[in-house]
Design a protein around this ligand. Structure first.
Ligand code: 13P
Length: 397
């Protein structure tokens, strides 16, 4: 493993139990084998020394009553968030906001993983502690957004593709050394623009290559083909597109020898388009989404961590709760950005005197979603702010 030599000097390893328990695996005997058919039809056997660690990391993240805090907004997207509360998009402001998020007392009870943007992975809190160390102390696994964003897909119907495969192996090895244990790659599929067969194939192939490269470097890949909320279509149409997308994604992941026990998925819930006049109840969203998952997702996958996609904070929690009213073969949970952070950001407003109240607001959402993961959320006592939708047309991350 090219990356193994880098790990010996990892500053993070000694500080974390979940990391500590796994160090020997990297140098011990291979714990799983993957068979790759060669051109003559016989098999080459590829050993993956990270296999056990990947399974363990994925299970830690997919642990009961916990989910992921997505705080990996690119600098451009973070700038839009800061602008909404009248703050300039400076490194110091981004650092202040991210410090507020990761230092919420008791956050790790409800949050098992935090996805960071590259700047944050290498950043310290305002009082000089490494953000990665703070997360590990909170019992939260640090993760990293590794895609390089969306660009137009030539030859398609105004659709896009996701960049970032070039150099991904060496970047992933460095992220691991810095303390990241999982990764995220978000690509999108647009229903109003097709989706064309080309765009779906491209999205699925990119995700599969990324997933294989991440696993080869010790990072659990979060596989996220976001089906955008944009459009006037009904829930049936979303269901139909989601079935195609996930069929392609699993086909190419199998072709790329991705180990399904060592991945996490980040799907969109199956909902009507944001501009559809027929709204769906949490029960309908849960029924369609669980039907999709049962048809397309093997039970070997440990966790399904939904994105919120522009739903209101309360809507995203109610929908998750509805999906957890019975047993599921996978851990069904959350990996929200907007639906965890919105009230928190507004409460903060960039003022030091509001930090405590903003942290409480984040904790309220984290607890609510934790309850929803366990199927025990009632929706009582939610603020009006938390009920506001956050859909933005053509959303980029
Ligand atoms: P939202 O929950 O705001 O849709 O964020 C999704 C995402 O991909 C963040 O990692």
């Amino acid at each position: 493993m090219a990356s193994a030599s880098l790990l010996k000097s990892s500053p993070v390893i000694d500080k974390s139990d979940f990391v500590k328990g796994q160090t020997s695996l990297r140098f011990g005997p291979a714990s799983s084998v993957r068979c790759i058919p060669n051109v003559s039809g016989s098999s080459l056997v590829v050993k993956s020394s990270y296999a056990d660690e990947l399974v363990k990391t994925a299970k830690t993240i997919a642990s009961p009553g916990r989910g992921i805090l997505a705080m990996d907004e690119s600098n451009a997207t973070c700038g839009k968030r800061l602008a909404s509360i009248g703050l300039e998009n400076t490194e110091a402001n981004r650092q202040a906001y991210r410090t507020l998020l990761v230092t919420v007392p008791g956050l790790g009870e409800h949050i098992s993983g935090a996805i960071l943007f590259e700047e944050t992975l290498y950043q310290s809190t305002v009082d000089g502690r490494k953000i990665v160390d703070v997360l590990i102390e909170q019992n939260i696994v640090p993760g990293i957004k590794v895609d390089k964003g969306l660009v137009p897909l030539t030859g398609s119907n105004n659709e896009s593709w996701c960049q970032g495969l070039d150099g991904l192996a060496s970047r992933s090895a460095a992220y691991y050394q810095q303390g990241a244990r999982f990764a995220k790659w978000r690509t999108v599929v647009s229903i109003p623009n097709g989706p064309s067969a080309l765009a779906m194939k491209e999205a699925a192939w990119g995700l599969a290559r990324y997933a294989a490269i991440s696993q080869d470097n010790g990072l659990v890949p979060i596989v996220e083909p976001e089906i955008l909320l944009d459009g006037e279509h009904g829930i049936e149409r979303t269901f139909e597109v989601a079935q195609k997308v996930w069929a392609e994604v699993f086909f190419y992941m199998a072709e790329n020898n991705v180990m399904f026990e060592g991945i996490l998925l980040k799907p969109s819930m199956v909902t009507p388009g944001a501009e559809c006049k027929d709204k769906a109840t949490p029960q309908q969203v849960a029924d369609y989404t669980l039907k999709l998952l049962h048809r397309r997702i093997p039970p070997a996958v440990p966790g399904i961590m939904f994105l919120s996609g522009g739903q209101s904070e309360v809507e995203a929690t109610l929908n998750l709760n509805a999906m957890n009213q019975g047993p599921n073969p996978w851990h069904v949970s959350f990996s929200y950005a907007r639906a965890l952070q919105n009230t928190c950001l507004k409460t903060w407003g960039g003022r030091p005197e509001n930090v405590k109240a903003a942290q409480e607001a984040l904790l309220i959402r984290a607890k609510a979603n934790s309850l929803a993961q366990l199927g025990k959320y009632t929706g009582e006592g939610e603020s009006e702010e938390a009920k506001k939708g956050m859909f933005v047309k053509g959303y980029v991350y």
